[in-house]
Design a protein around this ligand. Structure first.
Ligand code: ATP
Ligand code: MG
Length: 456
């Protein structure tokens, strides 16, 4: 499309890995993605499968989605597909929709066209901001890691490699394209992507790619909380949470992402809180592996529990009444975290409930037992109690008691009757399930139920 002047320093000559030399086959690919590739070619355009899908297939993984890169403009793509819609304002992308599968088709892009805020000017000095298209070589070098910049073509079923990504995938190494510090400054979220992809792929991080991270970790404060929230969910709800956490620690990213938890872990000499947190993440990974649902609320309850415990201890040391201290600690920790990673209330409220229900597991009066059992957050709170055993066996008796209770038919019947009665009485009754443990403001907030089907 553009006149490409190869600069061997940025864009080394293409290396072509022929069909017989690599492990990719069309059988492993989405039929819809292939349809898109063929249609674009029939339209006279170049089209490649690129990014995570090529990378994952090369290491024997199952890609989440299939992305296509092409020299057709979004409008030209749209003209070829009836089932196509254009999205994005600054950089337009084409989505080709096949039922529930969306094939994202992006026009080759030069650096500065995406999230990094980099501005470029053309020969006349005009600001090129909205659509900065480029050659395939431009497109390759603006990607983050070499493993993410491999292009598969149906022309001859080869893989095109402009940045040495094929050798890196073979060696299972994650390496930033270009100068690492520059690339992290352009977009600090790339540091989190390094941790996440290393964890997901079981790759090592090349020394030059890892080295600048601890000193640049603070730049994450400039990233938008909403994007950091999304990235946090990807880090911890994609089946590689424990490994992701360990990479975050190793790269010195924890204080930037979860500042108060990092602080609490550092001052918890016994290591009990870290043990519990890691066990919680391993449990999450096991659930993902078994296709069981996982919830951001429970995840955040685990991630921020060390921060909560520390804040609670500080407040109690100041003489704040325990019940009040719990409420304040929960509010304070959520509030502080929201400044870093966004945390929508539909997740932070159940997270707080999971914490605030913990003391109620020590109660044994029959009526209170039934009430807790009937609580909409009982299951999550109980799972959390069980998880706390990893940190201390002080709760062993409670866990045993509540395990029994759940098997007791009389208790389950009583609890379900309570639930029915409460939902018949409406929202007011739900607030009452608090047993007066929490002040009125919390009762009111609890009326906001999580979306139906939200997992425990
Ligand atoms: P996964 O889908 O497994 O999370 P992915 O590598 O496909 O991993 P996406 O977020 O889907 O991640 O991005 C698709 C591709 O876009 C990447 O493979 C990479 O080439 C490019 N990319 C994504 N984020 C960035 C970024 N911050 N900087 C540069 N290139 C990026
Ligand atoms: Mg992807």
């Amino acid at each position: 499309m553009t006149d490409f002047q190869p600069d061997p320093a940025i864009a080394p000559a293409v290396q072509v890995i022929p069909r017989e030399a690599h492990a990719l086959s069309r059988k492993q690919m989405s039929q819809n993605a292939l349809r898109v590739l063929y249609r674009l070619r029939e339209g006279g355009f170049a089209a490649y499968l690129v990014g995570g899908a090529v990378r994952d297939l090369l290491v024997g993984g199952a890609p989440k989605d299939f992305d296509v890169a092409t020299d057709a403009t979004p409008e030209q793509v749209k003209a070829l597909f009836r089932n196509c819609r254009l999205i994005g304002r600054r950089f337009r992308l084409a989505h080709v929709v096949y039922g529930r599968e969306i094939i994202e088709v992006a026009t080759f892009r030069a650096n500065g066209g995406d999230d990094d805020g980099d501005r470029q000017t053309d020969d006349g000095g005009r600001l090129l901001r909205d659509n900065i298209y480029g050659s395939i070589e431009d497109d390759a070098v603006r990607r983050d890691f070499t493993a993410n910049a491999l292009y598969y073509t149906i022309e001859d079923f080869s893989v095109r490699d402009y940045v040495g990504g094929y050798a890196d995938v073979q060696a299972r190494v994650l390496r930033l394209i270009g100068d690492p510090e520059t690339r992290y400054r352009e977009d600090p979220v790339r540091m989190l992507r390094a941790a996440r992809l290393a964890a997901k792929l079981g790759f090592t991080i090349e020394a030059g790619t890892a080295a600048p991270v601890p000193a640049l970790a603070h730049l994450l404060a400039e990233a938008s909380p909403a994007r950091l929230f999304e990235e946090t969910l990807k880090l911890f709800l994609s089946g590689h949470a424990a490994a992701s956490f360990e990479w975050l620690e190793q790269l010195g990213l924890l204080p930037a992402l979860l500042p108060e938890t990092a602080q609490a872990l550092a001052s918890n000499k016994s290591g009990a809180l870290r043990r519990m947190l890691l066990q919680g993440l391993r449990n999450t990974d096991a659930r993902v592996a078994n296709d069981e649902p996982v919830s951001p609320a429970f995840l955040y309850a685990v991630l921020l529990w060390p921060a909560y415990c520390r804040t609670l201890a500080l407040l109690q040391a100041q003489g704040v009444h325990p019940v009040e201290a719990q409420r304040r600690a929960a509010d304070r920790v959520s509030l502080h975290q929201v400044g870093r990673t966004a945390l929508p209330r539909r997740f932070s409220l159940p997270m707080q409930e999971i914490w605030l229900l913990q003391p109620r597991f020590t109660q044994r009066q029959r009526k209170r037992v039934y009430r807790l059992l009937a609580h909409p957050r009982f299951r999550a709170a109980f799972d959390f109690l069980a998880l706390r055993l990893t940190a201390s066996d002080a709760h062993a008796e409670d866990v045993a008691f509540w395990r029994e209770v759940q098997l007791d038919p009389a208790a389950t019947v009583a609890a379900s009757e309570l639930r029915t009665a409460e939902s018949a009485e409406g929202d007011d009754a739900e607030g009452e399930a608090n047993d007066g443990d929490a002040p009125a403001s919390r009762k009111r907030r609890r009326r906001r139920r999580p979306p139906a089907g939200a997992p425990a």
